[in-house]
Design a protein around this ligand. Structure first.
Ligand SMILES: [Zn+2]
Length: 203
């Protein structure tokens, strides 16, 4: 895509005595459709009108130091840089999201560790929301594993309370959710997060 052509116009403002009180050159891409632009001094006396003459002269296209071919190349390089910058931003954003996901998961796993230390069984009392200190009502999961009775820590994407339950803004990578009230912790050689659909924990 070629850079846009700029048009130029000279605008002169002449007062009642014939003195030029404003003189500027307007360079604009849309000069031909939007017109030129000029600021006019305002007399600070209420009720007094001052008459000016405005002279507008079209000066043709803006004279660039570089040829159109050079400008086109520079423009393309610029667009390429913008594209790379946007890609870099998107990559950064993705990395940030991944990092925050790991932080949330670590926080939740630490809370679960604490539940074990305190011999607590109900996840619902230990896991807090990603956004506040309230206890979480749901855990976000990166994938579902129907039939499985344990949650893999790597499945956890975040947690939210009733207040911060927004189905349009789930934590990054969330594909499913599980109610905290269905979760219990138990130890079978490994610390496990157990899904108890019936509300009955394993013996
Ligand atoms: Zn919350």
């Amino acid at each position: 895509m070629a850079p846009k052509i700029k048009h130029r116009a000279r605008i002169k403002l002449i007062n009642q005595n014939g003195t030029v009180v404003g003189n500027r050159v307007d360079d604009s891409t849309y000069l031909d459709s939007y017109g030129a632009y000029l600021r006019i001094p305002v007399p600070k006396i209420i009720g007094k009108t001052v008459t000016y003459t405005v002279a507008v002269e079209y000066l043709g296209e803006h004279q660039y130091k570089q040829t159109l071919a050079q400008r086109t190349r520079a423009h393309e390089r610029n667009q390429e840089r913008t594209k790379k910058w946007k890609e870099e931003q998107a990559k950064q954003e993705l990395e940030n999201q991944e990092k925050q996901l790991i932080q949330r998961r670590n926080r939740i796993m630490n809370q679960i560790e604490l539940a074990f230390v305190k011999n607590g069984k109900e996840a619902v009392n230990f896991v807090t929301c990603d956004k506040c200190d309230a206890t979480a009502t749901f855990l976000g999961l990166a994938f579902e594993n129907p039939g499985s009775t344990v949650i893999d820590p790597d499945q956890i994407t975040g947690a939210w309370c009733k207040e911060h339950d927004n189905k349009y803004a789930r934590p990054f990578k969330t594909k499913a959710a599980i109610a905290c009230e269905l979760l219990e912790f138990f130890y079978d050689g490994l610390r496990q997060i157990y899904v108890s659909p019936s509300g009955v924990s394993p013996q």
